[in-house]
Design a protein around this ligand. Structure first.
Ligand code: FAD
Length: 523
C-alpha cells in the first residue's frame, strides 16, 4: 500500500490550470504534508487559444477554487453568456418560417407543484404562437432587451438568470496560473517534456524535460492538448473518431474589433449555420471572437475563409485568420495506469454548445472525487472514471447531432449528409422516435451522466420545430387555465425584469469598476 503523494499536471492551457487549481484546492496542497500538486508547461509550445464560450458549471468551478467574480471579469475581459442564439439552423435562409431559435440557460418555469408547461405549449395554449423558449422563460426577452443576467450588487456567481461567461482563453489560463501558485500551492515548472519513461508494469516512471530535468509523480495528468504527449504517444491509449456523426473538423478563426467602444455586447453566443458548418460570434469586453467551424469533406480551406470573410464584411479587413484542425472523438481510456488525460488530450466534441471547458471541469471534478487514497487502487478508479467519461461523451455527441439532423436545410451536401439516418447514432434515433409521441422527460436521462439536462433537449428539439403529437391518453390535461395564467405571468415578470436588470455592457463595467476600487486582487 502506498499513499498518493504527488500529482503532476503536464500542460498549462485552460485544461492544465483549471485541473491543477481544482485538485490543489481539494487536496489542500498548500498545507504542509499534504499531496503535492505541480504543473509543467512548455515555454515553447503555445496554447490552442480558442475556447471562448463556457457552460454554467464554470461558476461553481471558479467559486470552488476561490476566485472572486469581479476580479475574474476585470482580469480576463470576460462577459456574460445566457445561452445560444441559433440562426438559419431550422431551414435555409430566405425560406418562409422562423429562421432562428434561442437555447437559454435558465430552466423553464413550472406550474405549481413542479408540473411542466411543455404539454400545454404543445397543445397551443401559449399566447400568440410563441416559440417554446420564449413562452416558458423570461430569459429570451431579457437577452433581446440586451439585459445582463444579474445586478452588480448580487452575490458572486449568483443572479436572477442562469449564466456562464464568454472568456479570453489565454487570459483565463494566466489568471488561473497566478491564482494556482499564489493561493493554492501549485508548483510550476517551465519546461518541455521530451521523453516519457515507463516502468515494467507500463506505469509512467518519470518524465524527462530539457529545462527542469527529471520530474516524477504518482499520478500524471496529461493536459498537453491535441499533442496527447503522455496518454497518446507514451501510453498508446487509442483515439476513437466520431467524425462519422459530427463532420466538422476544421475552423478558421479571428478576433475583430467592435465598430465603436461602447457598442452593445450580446449576452449570448451567436451560432449562424452556413453551407458547410456554422459561424460563432462571441462578444468580449473589448473585441469579438469569431470563427467558422466547417467540414473539410464539404469545403476547402480557401472556400471556408472566403465565406467567413464575406460573412464578417469590413470587420475582418486586414486581419489575419487562424486555421485550426481538430476531430470529434475521444479516448475510451482517458485514464490508463497512472496517467489520465484532461482537455483536448483526452478528446473533443466540435464546439457547438461549448462543451470543451465543461468537460475539463468534469475531468477535474471526477479525478478529485475518485482519486484513490492508495496507489494500488489506481486501475479500479480508472475503470470507473472511463465509464463515466465515455457515457458523457456519447450523450453530448447525440445532443449536438440533434441540432444537425433535425434541420430542414437541404441546400448543400453538408446538410443532406447530416440528415442521413446512417450518420445518426441509434441512441439518438431511439430518443427521437419516442419523442414523436411524448415529450422528453427527465426519466429519459441519467442525470449524473448528462451534461445537458432535459430542458436543454426540449429547447433545441422544439426550437428546431420537432413535432410531438401527444397521444390521446396524454391529452387529458386538466390544468389548462393555470398553465395559461403562468404563460401570461412569465411575460409580465419579463416586463419588470427588463426595467430592473442593468444593460449587459453596463453590468460588466460596474463589476470591473468594483474590482478596481477593491484593489483588483483575488480574495
Ligand atoms: P491547449 O490549450 O492546447 O494547451 C496545451 C498545453 O500543453 C500548453 O500549455 C502547451 O504548452 C502544453 N504542452 C504541449 N506539449 C507539451 C510538452 N511536450 N511539454 C510541456 N508542455 C506541453 N471549448 C469551450 O469550452 N468553448 C468553446 O467555445 C470552444 N471553442 C473551441 C473552438 C475550436 C475551433 C476548438 C478546436 C476548440 C474549442 N474549445 C472550446 C475547446 C477548448 O479550446 C479546449 O477544451 C481548452 O482550451 C483546453 O485546451 P487544452 O488546455 O486541453 O489544450
Amino acid at each position: 500500500m502506498a499513499r498518493l503523494r504527488k500529482i503532476l499536471v503536464v500542460g498549462g492551457g485552460t485544461a492544465g490550470w483549471l485541473t491543477a487549481c481544482y485538485l490543489a484546492k481539494v487536496v489542500n496542497a498548500k498545507a504542509p504534508g499534504s499531496t503535492d500538486v505541480a504543473l509543467v508547461e512548455s515555454p515553447r509550445i503555445g496554447l490552442l487559444g480558442v475556447g471562448e464560450a463556457t457552460f454554467p458549471s464554470i461558476r461553481g468551478t471558479l467559486s470552488a477554487i476561490g476566485l472572486d467574480e469581479c476580479s475574474f471579469l476585470a482580469r480576463t475581459g470576460a462577459t456574460f453568456k445566457q445561452g445560444i442564439l441559433y440562426r438559419d439552423w431550422v431551414r435555409s435562409p430566405g425560406e418562409p418560417g422562423r429562421s432562428e431559435f434561442f437555447h437559454p440557460f435558465s430552466l423553464p418555469n413550472q406550474r405549481s407543484g413542479g408540473q411542466e408547461l411543455l404539454p400545454y405549449w404543445l397543445l397551443g395554449m401559449a399566447p400568440g404562437d410563441m416559440a417554446f423558449a420564449e413562452a416558458v422563460t423570461l430569459q429570451s426577452r431579457l437577452v433581446d432587451g440586451n439585459r445582463g443576467p444579474k445586478r452588480s450588487a448580487d452575490a458572486d456567481f449568483q443572479g436572477a438568470m442562469n449564466y456562464a461567461y464568454h472568456i479570453d482563453a489565454a487570459r483565463v489560463a494566466e489568471v488561473l496560473a497566478d491564482h494556482g501558485q499564489t493561493e493554492l500551492g501549485v508548483k510550476r515548472h517551465l519546461a518541455t517534456v521530451e521523453h516519457v519513461s515507463l516502468d515494467e508494469q507500463g506505469n509512467i516512471e518519470h518524465i524527462a524535460t530539457r529545462e527542469a530535468g527529471r520530474l516524477d509523480a504518482d499520478l500524471y495528468i496529461d493536459c498537453t492538448g491535441l499533442h496527447g504527449k503522455l496518454i497518446g504517444e507514451a501510453m498508446h491509449s487509442p483515439f476513437q473518431s466520431r467524425r462519422d456523426v459530427l463532420f466538422a473538423d476544421r475552423a478558421v478563426a479571428m478576433q475583430v474589433p467592435y465598430p465603436q467602444v461602447d457598442a452593445p455586447i450580446p449576452s449570448y453566443t451567436m451560432a449562424s449555420a452556413q453551407t458547410a458548418g456554422w459561424i460563432w460570434d462571441i462578444g468580449l469586453q473589448d473585441r469579438r471572437g469569431v470563427g467558422y467551424v466547417y467540414s473539410s469533406a464539404h469545403s476547402t480551406k480557401d472556400e471556408a475563409e472566403t465565406l467567413f470573410r464575406q460573412h464578417l464584411g469590413d470587420a475582418a479587413a486586414g486581419i489575419e485568420a487562424q486555421h485550426i484542425r481538430f476531430e470529434t472523438g475521444y479516448r475510451p481510456e482517458h485514464w490508463r495506469k497512472n496517467c489520465v488525460a484532461v482537455g483536448l488530450a483526452g478528446g473533443f466534441v466540435e464546439p457547438l454548445e461549448s462543451t470543451g471547458i465543461a468537460l475539463v471541469e468534469l475531468g477535474a471534478y471526477l479525478i478529485a472525487h475518485l482519486l484513490p487514497g492508495d496507489t494500488d487502487d489506481m486501475e479500479r478508479a480508472a475503470r470507473h472514471y472511463n465509464q463515466m467519461v465515455v457515457a458523457r461523451y456519447d450523450r453530448i455527441i447525440d445532443f449536438i447531432k440533434m441540432h444537425y439532423c433535425l434541420s430542414q436545410r437541404r441546400d448543400s451536401a453538408f446538410w443532406v449528409d447530416n440528415t442521413m439516418a446512417s450518420t445518426v447514432p441509434e441512441t439518438l434515433q431511439d430518443k427521437l422516435a419516442l419523442w414523436k409521441h411524448r415529450p422528453p422527460h427527465r426519466l429519459d436521462f441519467v442525470s449524473d451522466l448528462e451534461m445537458f439536462q432535459v430542458a436543454s433537449w426540449q429547447y433545441v428539439l422544439y426550437g428546431m420545430e420537432f413535432r410531438t403529437e401527444l397521444e390521446p391518453m396524454r391529452t387529458a390535461y386538466p390544468h389548462a387555465e393555470e398553465a395559461q395564467r403562468e404563460f401570461r405571468m412569465i411575460q409580465q415578470v419579463a416586463e419588470h425584469a427588463l426595467r430592473d436588470l442593468p444593460g449587459h455592457r453596463a453590468l460588466v463595467e460596474q463589476m470591473v469598476q468594483r474590482s478596481r476600487t477593491r484593489g483588483g486582487r483575488f480574495l
